[in-house]
Design a protein around this ligand. Sequence first.
Ligand SMILES: Cc1cc2nc3c(=O)[nH]c(=O)nc-3n(C[C@H](O)[C@H](O)[C@H](O)COP(=O)(O)OP(=O)(O)OC[C@H]3O[C@@H](n4cnc5c(N)ncnc54)[C@H](O)[C@@H]3O)c2cc1C
Length: 431
Amino acid sequence: MSNHIHRVVIAGGGLGGLTAAYLLRSVGMKVTVLEQANELGEVGAGIQTAPNASRILINAGLRPQLEAIKTQPTSQVRRRWSDGKILASRPLGDTLWQEFGAPYWHFHRADLHQMLVDVCSDPALPGPVVDLHTNSKVATADQSNPALPVAITEDGRRYEGDVLIGADGVHSRVRAAMGMSEEEDLLFSGQMVFRAMVPGEKLKADPATRFLWDSFHSTMWYGPGRHLVHYFIRGGEYLNVAAALSSDVNLDKGWTEETTAEEFIRAFGDWDSRIASILEKAEGPILKWALFAHRCNPVWVQGHVGLLGDAAHAMVPFQAQGASQAIEDAAVLAEELAVVDKDQISAALLRYGAKRAKRAGMVQEASAQNAHLYQLPDGPEQELRDEKLARFEGESDVSYEWLWNGKHEPMSPAYVFSKGDRPALARLQDE
Ligand SMILES: Cc1cc2nc3c(=O)[nH]c(=O)nc-3n(C[C@H](O)[C@H](O)[C@H](O)COP(=O)(O)OP(=O)(O)OC[C@H]3O[C@@H](n4cnc5c(N)ncnc54)[C@H](O)[C@@H]3O)c2cc1C
Protein backbone atom coordinates (compact mmCIF):
# COMPACT_ATOMS: atom_id res chain seq x y z
CA MET A 1 0.00 0.00 0.00
CA SER A 2 1.25 3.50 -0.78
CA ASN A 3 2.66 5.43 2.12
CA HIS A 4 0.00 8.09 1.38
CA ILE A 5 -3.08 5.93 1.83
CA HIS A 6 -4.00 6.11 5.48
CA ARG A 7 -6.47 3.98 7.38
CA VAL A 8 -8.75 6.43 9.20
CA VAL A 9 -11.12 5.29 11.94
CA ILE A 10 -13.92 7.77 12.70
CA ALA A 11 -15.98 7.49 15.89
CA GLY A 12 -19.44 8.87 15.11
CA GLY A 13 -21.56 8.76 11.96
CA GLY A 14 -23.32 12.14 12.28
CA LEU A 15 -23.17 14.92 9.70
CA GLY A 16 -19.57 15.75 10.71
CA GLY A 17 -18.23 12.19 10.75
CA LEU A 18 -19.87 11.25 7.45
CA THR A 19 -18.75 14.41 5.65
CA ALA A 20 -15.21 13.64 6.81
CA ALA A 21 -15.58 10.00 5.72
CA TYR A 22 -16.73 11.02 2.24
CA LEU A 23 -14.01 13.66 1.75
CA LEU A 24 -11.31 11.31 3.05
CA ARG A 25 -12.47 8.52 0.78
CA SER A 26 -12.37 11.00 -2.11
CA VAL A 27 -8.66 11.52 -1.50
CA GLY A 28 -8.01 7.78 -1.38
CA MET A 29 -8.15 7.02 2.35
CA LYS A 30 -9.54 3.76 3.70
CA VAL A 31 -12.17 4.90 6.18
CA THR A 32 -14.05 3.01 8.89
CA VAL A 33 -16.95 4.73 10.68
CA LEU A 34 -18.12 3.43 14.06
CA GLU A 35 -21.64 4.60 14.98
CA GLN A 36 -23.28 3.80 18.31
CA ALA A 37 -26.86 3.76 17.01
CA ASN A 38 -28.58 0.62 15.67
CA GLU A 39 -29.33 2.45 12.45
CA LEU A 40 -27.62 5.29 10.67
CA GLY A 41 -29.89 8.33 10.73
CA GLU A 42 -30.66 11.82 11.98
CA VAL A 43 -33.47 13.42 13.94
CA GLY A 44 -36.57 14.67 12.13
CA ALA A 45 -35.66 18.34 12.00
CA GLY A 46 -34.18 20.93 9.67
CA ILE A 47 -30.64 22.13 9.15
CA GLN A 48 -29.28 25.10 7.26
CA THR A 49 -26.00 25.14 5.38
CA ALA A 50 -24.55 28.61 4.92
CA PRO A 51 -22.36 29.33 1.86
CA ASN A 52 -19.16 28.40 3.74
CA ALA A 53 -20.47 24.82 4.10
CA SER A 54 -22.50 24.55 0.89
CA ARG A 55 -19.40 25.58 -1.08
CA ILE A 56 -17.36 22.70 0.35
CA LEU A 57 -20.03 20.11 -0.42
CA ILE A 58 -20.53 21.47 -3.94
CA ASN A 59 -16.79 21.55 -4.63
CA ALA A 60 -16.61 17.95 -3.45
CA GLY A 61 -18.85 16.98 -6.38
CA LEU A 62 -22.14 16.72 -4.49
CA ARG A 63 -24.16 19.45 -6.20
CA PRO A 64 -26.57 17.09 -8.02
CA GLN A 65 -27.31 15.14 -4.82
CA LEU A 66 -27.79 18.38 -2.84
CA GLU A 67 -30.00 19.97 -5.48
CA ALA A 68 -32.32 16.97 -5.21
CA ILE A 69 -32.98 17.50 -1.49
CA LYS A 70 -32.43 21.21 -0.79
CA THR A 71 -34.87 24.05 -0.23
CA GLN A 72 -33.59 27.50 -1.14
CA PRO A 73 -35.01 30.37 0.95
CA THR A 74 -35.71 33.63 -0.86
CA SER A 75 -34.71 35.97 2.00
CA GLN A 76 -33.70 36.13 5.60
CA VAL A 77 -36.34 38.08 7.53
CA ARG A 78 -36.09 39.44 11.08
CA ARG A 79 -39.29 40.13 13.03
CA ARG A 80 -40.29 41.71 16.32
CA TRP A 81 -41.86 39.34 18.84
CA SER A 82 -45.00 41.24 19.80
CA ASP A 83 -46.46 42.21 16.42
CA GLY A 84 -44.29 40.48 13.82
CA LYS A 85 -43.06 43.83 12.49
CA ILE A 86 -40.30 43.22 9.95
CA LEU A 87 -37.09 44.70 11.35
CA ALA A 88 -34.91 43.68 8.44
CA SER A 89 -34.85 41.59 5.31
CA ARG A 90 -31.89 40.36 3.28
CA PRO A 91 -32.12 38.53 -0.02
CA LEU A 92 -30.68 35.00 0.00
CA GLY A 93 -31.49 32.87 -3.08
CA ASP A 94 -29.61 33.74 -6.26
CA THR A 95 -28.27 36.99 -4.78
CA LEU A 96 -26.22 35.00 -2.30
CA TRP A 97 -24.89 32.72 -5.03
CA GLN A 98 -23.66 35.85 -6.80
CA GLU A 99 -22.14 37.40 -3.67
CA PHE A 100 -20.53 34.33 -2.15
CA GLY A 101 -20.35 31.85 -5.02
CA ALA A 102 -22.41 29.35 -3.03
CA PRO A 103 -25.95 29.05 -1.70
CA TYR A 104 -27.75 29.21 1.61
CA TRP A 105 -29.75 25.99 1.68
CA HIS A 106 -32.16 24.23 4.01
CA PHE A 107 -32.46 20.47 4.39
CA HIS A 108 -34.33 17.84 6.29
CA ARG A 109 -31.51 16.46 8.43
CA ALA A 110 -32.44 12.89 7.56
CA ASP A 111 -32.15 13.66 3.81
CA LEU A 112 -28.72 15.27 4.16
CA HIS A 113 -27.53 12.43 6.35
CA GLN A 114 -28.86 9.73 3.99
CA MET A 115 -27.21 11.48 1.04
CA LEU A 116 -23.88 11.31 2.89
CA VAL A 117 -24.39 7.61 3.72
CA ASP A 118 -25.10 6.99 0.02
CA VAL A 119 -22.01 8.77 -1.26
CA CYS A 120 -19.81 7.06 1.35
CA SER A 121 -21.17 3.68 0.21
CA ASP A 122 -21.37 4.11 -3.57
CA PRO A 123 -18.72 1.92 -5.28
CA ALA A 124 -18.99 4.00 -8.45
CA LEU A 125 -17.59 7.10 -6.73
CA PRO A 126 -13.84 7.74 -6.42
CA GLY A 127 -11.88 6.20 -3.57
CA PRO A 128 -12.41 3.13 -1.38
CA VAL A 129 -15.98 2.54 -0.18
CA VAL A 130 -16.37 3.60 3.48
CA ASP A 131 -16.77 0.75 5.96
CA LEU A 132 -19.81 1.76 8.07
CA HIS A 133 -20.53 -0.08 11.33
CA THR A 134 -23.65 0.51 13.42
CA ASN A 135 -24.11 -0.81 17.01
CA SER A 136 -20.53 0.25 17.63
CA LYS A 137 -20.29 2.58 20.60
CA VAL A 138 -16.72 3.70 21.09
CA ALA A 139 -15.81 3.52 24.78
CA THR A 140 -12.24 4.73 24.64
CA ALA A 141 -9.04 4.90 22.61
CA ASP A 142 -5.81 2.97 23.07
CA GLN A 143 -2.77 5.02 22.09
CA SER A 144 -0.13 2.66 23.50
CA ASN A 145 1.32 2.57 19.98
CA PRO A 146 1.02 6.29 19.12
CA ALA A 147 1.37 5.65 15.38
CA LEU A 148 -1.51 3.15 15.35
CA PRO A 149 -4.35 4.40 17.59
CA VAL A 150 -7.16 1.96 18.33
CA ALA A 151 -10.83 2.75 18.93
CA ILE A 152 -12.27 0.27 21.43
CA THR A 153 -16.00 -0.32 21.43
CA GLU A 154 -18.05 -0.96 24.58
CA ASP A 155 -18.27 -4.65 23.68
CA GLY A 156 -14.48 -4.86 23.35
CA ARG A 157 -13.95 -4.77 19.59
CA ARG A 158 -10.76 -3.00 18.52
CA TYR A 159 -10.43 -0.91 15.35
CA GLU A 160 -6.87 0.14 14.55
CA GLY A 161 -6.02 2.95 12.15
CA ASP A 162 -3.19 5.26 11.19
CA VAL A 163 -5.52 8.03 12.37
CA LEU A 164 -8.43 8.09 14.82
CA ILE A 165 -10.94 10.92 14.56
CA GLY A 166 -13.48 11.63 17.29
CA ALA A 167 -16.62 12.89 15.57
CA ASP A 168 -18.75 11.46 18.35
CA GLY A 169 -20.59 14.61 19.30
CA VAL A 170 -20.94 16.70 22.40
CA HIS A 171 -20.33 13.82 24.84
CA SER A 172 -17.32 12.54 22.88
CA ARG A 173 -15.55 9.52 24.30
CA VAL A 174 -12.52 10.16 22.10
CA ARG A 175 -12.26 13.62 23.65
CA ALA A 176 -12.41 12.00 27.10
CA ALA A 177 -9.71 9.50 26.06
CA MET A 178 -7.53 12.51 25.17
CA GLY A 179 -7.80 13.59 28.79
CA MET A 180 -10.43 16.32 28.50
CA SER A 181 -13.02 16.28 31.22
CA GLU A 182 -16.67 16.82 30.30
CA GLU A 183 -17.17 17.96 33.88
CA GLU A 184 -14.93 20.99 33.34
CA ASP A 185 -15.34 21.50 29.61
CA LEU A 186 -19.05 21.25 28.89
CA LEU A 187 -21.10 24.06 30.36
CA PHE A 188 -24.85 24.69 30.55
CA SER A 189 -25.58 27.68 28.31
CA GLY A 190 -28.53 28.93 30.36
CA GLN A 191 -30.76 28.12 27.39
CA MET A 192 -33.18 25.39 26.43
CA VAL A 193 -34.80 24.77 23.06
CA PHE A 194 -38.14 23.60 21.69
CA ARG A 195 -38.38 22.00 18.27
CA ALA A 196 -41.41 21.19 16.11
CA MET A 197 -42.29 20.36 12.52
CA VAL A 198 -45.41 21.83 10.89
CA PRO A 199 -46.84 20.50 7.61
CA GLY A 200 -46.66 23.14 4.86
CA GLU A 201 -50.09 22.20 3.49
CA LYS A 202 -51.74 23.16 6.78
CA LEU A 203 -49.97 26.52 6.79
CA LYS A 204 -51.02 27.12 3.20
CA ALA A 205 -54.67 26.39 3.97
CA ASP A 206 -55.00 28.85 6.87
CA PRO A 207 -55.24 32.58 5.95
CA ALA A 208 -53.43 33.42 9.23
CA THR A 209 -50.32 31.46 8.19
CA ARG A 210 -50.56 31.57 4.40
CA PHE A 211 -47.97 34.42 4.34
CA LEU A 212 -45.30 31.84 5.13
CA TRP A 213 -46.15 29.71 2.11
CA ASP A 214 -46.20 32.74 -0.18
CA SER A 215 -42.70 33.87 0.69
CA PHE A 216 -40.38 30.95 1.65
CA HIS A 217 -38.35 33.13 3.99
CA SER A 218 -35.89 32.00 6.57
CA THR A 219 -37.28 33.88 9.56
CA MET A 220 -36.06 34.83 13.01
CA TRP A 221 -38.28 36.43 15.67
CA TYR A 222 -36.61 38.37 18.51
CA GLY A 223 -38.21 38.79 21.94
CA PRO A 224 -37.36 39.27 25.61
CA GLY A 225 -35.71 36.12 26.97
CA ARG A 226 -36.69 34.11 23.88
CA HIS A 227 -36.16 33.87 20.14
CA LEU A 228 -37.68 31.68 17.47
CA VAL A 229 -36.53 30.53 14.04
CA HIS A 230 -38.51 28.92 11.24
CA TYR A 231 -37.89 27.84 7.67
CA PHE A 232 -39.29 25.40 5.14
CA ILE A 233 -37.61 22.12 4.25
CA ARG A 234 -38.36 19.51 1.55
CA GLY A 235 -39.72 22.20 -0.76
CA GLY A 236 -42.42 23.18 1.73
CA GLU A 237 -43.47 19.78 3.02
CA TYR A 238 -42.58 20.98 6.53
CA LEU A 239 -41.86 24.21 8.32
CA ASN A 240 -39.05 23.54 10.78
CA VAL A 241 -39.54 25.58 13.98
CA ALA A 242 -36.91 25.90 16.71
CA ALA A 243 -37.09 28.28 19.63
CA ALA A 244 -34.70 29.06 22.47
CA LEU A 245 -35.56 30.35 25.93
CA SER A 246 -33.37 31.37 28.78
CA SER A 247 -33.70 28.87 31.59
CA ASP A 248 -32.23 28.76 35.06
CA VAL A 249 -33.34 25.20 35.68
CA ASN A 250 -30.44 23.08 36.82
CA LEU A 251 -30.48 20.58 33.98
CA ASP A 252 -28.36 17.50 33.59
CA LYS A 253 -26.21 17.11 30.49
CA GLY A 254 -28.35 14.54 28.78
CA TRP A 255 -31.71 16.16 29.56
CA THR A 256 -34.31 15.97 26.82
CA GLU A 257 -38.06 15.46 26.97
CA GLU A 258 -40.96 15.05 24.61
CA THR A 259 -43.51 17.83 25.10
CA THR A 260 -46.74 19.11 23.56
CA ALA A 261 -47.72 21.87 21.14
CA GLU A 262 -49.72 23.38 24.03
CA GLU A 263 -46.64 23.77 26.19
CA PHE A 264 -44.68 25.24 23.27
CA ILE A 265 -47.53 27.70 22.56
CA ARG A 266 -47.78 28.63 26.26
CA ALA A 267 -44.09 29.53 26.32
CA PHE A 268 -44.82 32.06 23.53
CA GLY A 269 -48.35 32.98 24.69
CA ASP A 270 -47.72 36.73 24.79
CA TRP A 271 -46.21 36.81 21.28
CA ASP A 272 -47.84 37.74 17.95
CA SER A 273 -50.81 35.40 17.67
CA ARG A 274 -49.46 34.01 14.38
CA ILE A 275 -46.89 32.04 16.39
CA ALA A 276 -49.71 30.10 18.07
CA SER A 277 -51.41 29.70 14.66
CA ILE A 278 -48.22 28.09 13.37
CA LEU A 279 -47.50 25.89 16.38
CA GLU A 280 -51.03 24.52 16.78
CA LYS A 281 -50.57 22.80 13.40
CA ALA A 282 -47.43 20.92 14.48
CA GLU A 283 -47.31 17.17 13.85
CA GLY A 284 -45.01 14.46 15.16
CA PRO A 285 -42.91 14.59 18.30
CA ILE A 286 -42.20 18.00 19.84
CA LEU A 287 -39.01 17.99 21.85
CA LYS A 288 -37.34 20.23 24.37
CA TRP A 289 -33.81 19.93 25.61
CA ALA A 290 -31.04 21.84 27.38
CA LEU A 291 -28.21 23.45 25.43
CA PHE A 292 -24.66 22.78 26.52
CA ALA A 293 -21.52 24.15 24.89
CA HIS A 294 -17.82 23.42 25.20
CA ARG A 295 -15.37 26.00 26.42
CA CYS A 296 -13.24 27.09 23.44
CA ASN A 297 -10.43 24.59 23.19
CA PRO A 298 -7.34 25.04 21.02
CA VAL A 299 -6.18 21.43 21.55
CA TRP A 300 -7.87 19.20 19.01
CA VAL A 301 -5.04 16.78 18.39
CA GLN A 302 -2.95 14.28 20.31
CA GLY A 303 -0.47 12.36 18.16
CA HIS A 304 -2.53 10.47 15.57
CA VAL A 305 -5.87 11.25 17.26
CA GLY A 306 -7.98 14.30 16.42
CA LEU A 307 -11.41 15.77 17.10
CA LEU A 308 -13.98 17.07 14.63
CA GLY A 309 -17.41 18.74 14.78
CA ASP A 310 -19.30 18.97 18.06
CA ALA A 311 -16.69 16.73 19.70
CA ALA A 312 -14.19 19.56 19.16
CA HIS A 313 -16.35 22.67 19.42
CA ALA A 314 -19.92 22.13 20.62
CA MET A 315 -21.65 25.51 20.43
CA VAL A 316 -25.10 26.94 21.02
CA PRO A 317 -26.94 27.05 17.69
CA PHE A 318 -27.29 30.86 17.51
CA GLN A 319 -25.27 31.28 14.34
CA ALA A 320 -26.69 28.07 12.77
CA GLN A 321 -23.10 26.99 12.20
CA GLY A 322 -22.36 23.85 14.26
CA ALA A 323 -22.65 21.43 11.34
CA SER A 324 -21.25 23.97 8.90
CA GLN A 325 -18.13 24.25 11.04
CA ALA A 326 -17.92 20.44 11.16
CA ILE A 327 -18.02 20.45 7.34
CA GLU A 328 -15.16 22.97 7.29
CA ASP A 329 -13.23 20.72 9.70
CA ALA A 330 -13.74 17.75 7.38
CA ALA A 331 -12.45 19.66 4.34
CA VAL A 332 -9.26 20.82 6.07
CA LEU A 333 -8.65 17.37 7.56
CA ALA A 334 -8.89 15.73 4.13
CA GLU A 335 -6.61 18.34 2.55
CA GLU A 336 -3.95 17.89 5.22
CA LEU A 337 -3.97 14.08 5.30
CA ALA A 338 -4.07 13.69 1.53
CA VAL A 339 -0.54 14.88 0.97
CA VAL A 340 1.51 13.36 3.76
CA ASP A 341 3.47 10.18 4.36
CA LYS A 342 2.65 8.09 7.40
CA ASP A 343 5.54 9.56 9.37
CA GLN A 344 4.09 13.06 8.88
CA ILE A 345 0.60 12.34 10.13
CA SER A 346 1.10 14.04 13.51
CA ALA A 347 2.34 17.20 11.80
CA ALA A 348 -0.60 17.13 9.35
CA LEU A 349 -3.07 16.78 12.22
CA LEU A 350 -1.41 19.62 14.11
CA ARG A 351 -1.77 21.80 11.01
CA TYR A 352 -5.43 20.75 10.82
CA GLY A 353 -6.02 21.83 14.43
CA ALA A 354 -4.07 25.06 13.96
CA LYS A 355 -6.05 25.98 10.85
CA ARG A 356 -9.40 25.23 12.40
CA ALA A 357 -9.40 25.86 16.16
CA LYS A 358 -9.26 29.66 16.11
CA ARG A 359 -12.01 30.06 13.55
CA ALA A 360 -14.32 27.48 15.13
CA GLY A 361 -13.61 29.07 18.53
CA MET A 362 -14.65 32.47 17.19
CA VAL A 363 -17.89 30.98 15.89
CA GLN A 364 -18.48 29.34 19.30
CA GLU A 365 -18.03 32.71 21.01
CA ALA A 366 -20.14 34.55 18.46
CA SER A 367 -22.96 32.03 18.92
CA ALA A 368 -22.86 32.53 22.68
CA GLN A 369 -22.91 36.33 22.32
CA ASN A 370 -26.02 36.08 20.19
CA ALA A 371 -28.01 34.53 23.04
CA HIS A 372 -27.78 37.86 24.84
CA LEU A 373 -28.42 40.02 21.79
CA TYR A 374 -31.30 38.00 20.38
CA GLN A 375 -33.18 37.97 23.67
CA LEU A 376 -32.80 41.53 25.01
CA PRO A 377 -35.72 42.92 27.01
CA ASP A 378 -37.53 45.81 25.35
CA GLY A 379 -35.74 49.08 26.05
CA PRO A 380 -32.93 51.30 24.78
CA GLU A 381 -30.45 48.44 24.22
CA GLN A 382 -33.04 46.49 22.23
CA GLU A 383 -33.88 49.59 20.15
CA LEU A 384 -30.22 50.05 19.32
CA ARG A 385 -29.94 46.36 18.44
CA ASP A 386 -32.96 46.57 16.15
CA GLU A 387 -31.43 49.50 14.30
CA LYS A 388 -28.27 47.45 13.81
CA LEU A 389 -30.25 44.38 12.82
CA ALA A 390 -31.86 46.45 10.07
CA ARG A 391 -28.37 47.08 8.69
CA PHE A 392 -27.48 43.41 9.16
CA GLU A 393 -24.81 44.38 11.68
CA GLY A 394 -26.55 43.84 14.95
CA GLU A 395 -25.31 40.40 15.80
CA SER A 396 -22.11 39.11 17.32
CA ASP A 397 -18.83 40.62 16.27
CA VAL A 398 -18.19 38.14 13.45
CA SER A 399 -19.46 39.41 10.11
CA TYR A 400 -21.46 37.36 7.65
CA GLU A 401 -18.77 38.16 5.10
CA TRP A 402 -16.10 36.50 7.26
CA LEU A 403 -18.36 33.60 8.13
CA TRP A 404 -19.80 32.86 4.72
CA ASN A 405 -16.63 33.35 2.71
CA GLY A 406 -15.11 30.46 4.62
CA LYS A 407 -11.46 30.15 5.34
CA HIS A 408 -9.89 28.01 2.73
CA GLU A 409 -9.67 27.29 -0.95
CA PRO A 410 -11.59 24.42 -2.50
CA MET A 411 -9.73 21.13 -2.53
CA SER A 412 -7.20 21.18 -5.32
CA PRO A 413 -8.20 18.74 -8.09
CA ALA A 414 -4.61 17.46 -7.94
CA TYR A 415 -5.39 15.88 -4.58
CA VAL A 416 -8.67 14.33 -5.47
CA PHE A 417 -8.47 10.62 -6.12
CA SER A 418 -10.04 10.01 -9.48
CA LYS A 419 -10.73 6.67 -11.09
CA GLY A 420 -10.58 8.32 -14.50
CA ASP A 421 -7.41 10.21 -15.15
CA ARG A 422 -5.30 9.20 -12.14
CA PRO A 423 -4.00 12.67 -11.16
CA ALA A 424 -1.31 13.49 -8.62
CA LEU A 425 -2.45 11.66 -5.51
CA ALA A 426 -3.56 8.63 -7.45
CA ARG A 427 -0.19 8.48 -9.14
CA LEU A 428 1.46 8.60 -5.72
CA GLN A 429 -0.75 5.71 -4.66
CA ASP A 430 0.46 3.67 -7.60
CA GLU A 431 4.11 4.11 -6.64
C1 LIG B 1 -31.79 23.44 17.63
C2 LIG B 1 -30.52 23.30 16.83
C3 LIG B 1 -30.46 23.85 15.54
C4 LIG B 1 -29.28 23.75 14.80
N1 LIG B 1 -29.25 24.28 13.54
C5 LIG B 1 -28.10 24.22 12.83
C6 LIG B 1 -28.05 24.77 11.51
O1 LIG B 1 -29.05 25.26 10.99
N2 LIG B 1 -26.87 24.71 10.83
C7 LIG B 1 -25.74 24.14 11.36
O2 LIG B 1 -24.69 24.13 10.69
N3 LIG B 1 -25.77 23.58 12.60
C8 LIG B 1 -26.92 23.61 13.34
N4 LIG B 1 -26.96 23.05 14.57
C9 LIG B 1 -25.76 22.36 15.09
C10 LIG B 1 -25.62 20.98 14.49
O3 LIG B 1 -26.80 20.24 14.67
C11 LIG B 1 -24.47 20.22 15.13
O4 LIG B 1 -23.36 21.07 15.32
C12 LIG B 1 -24.04 19.06 14.23
O5 LIG B 1 -25.11 18.18 14.02
C13 LIG B 1 -22.85 18.33 14.85
O6 LIG B 1 -22.53 17.23 14.04
P1 LIG B 1 -21.50 16.14 14.56
O7 LIG B 1 -21.45 15.10 13.51
O8 LIG B 1 -20.24 16.81 14.99
O9 LIG B 1 -22.15 15.60 15.91
P2 LIG B 1 -23.50 14.78 16.10
O10 LIG B 1 -24.55 15.25 15.18
O11 LIG B 1 -23.79 14.81 17.56
O12 LIG B 1 -23.12 13.31 15.66
C14 LIG B 1 -22.37 12.47 16.49
C15 LIG B 1 -22.64 11.05 16.06
O13 LIG B 1 -21.80 10.22 16.83
C16 LIG B 1 -22.59 9.19 17.42
N5 LIG B 1 -21.92 8.88 18.68
C17 LIG B 1 -21.95 9.55 19.85
N6 LIG B 1 -21.16 8.96 20.76
C18 LIG B 1 -20.63 7.89 20.15
C19 LIG B 1 -19.72 6.89 20.58
N7 LIG B 1 -19.20 6.90 21.83
N8 LIG B 1 -19.36 5.92 19.69
C20 LIG B 1 -19.86 5.90 18.43
N9 LIG B 1 -20.74 6.82 17.99
C21 LIG B 1 -21.10 7.81 18.84
C22 LIG B 1 -23.96 9.77 17.57
O14 LIG B 1 -24.94 8.75 17.63
C23 LIG B 1 -24.06 10.60 16.30
O15 LIG B 1 -24.49 9.84 15.21
C24 LIG B 1 -28.14 23.10 15.34
C25 LIG B 1 -28.20 22.53 16.62
C26 LIG B 1 -29.38 22.64 17.35
C27 LIG B 1 -29.41 22.04 18.74
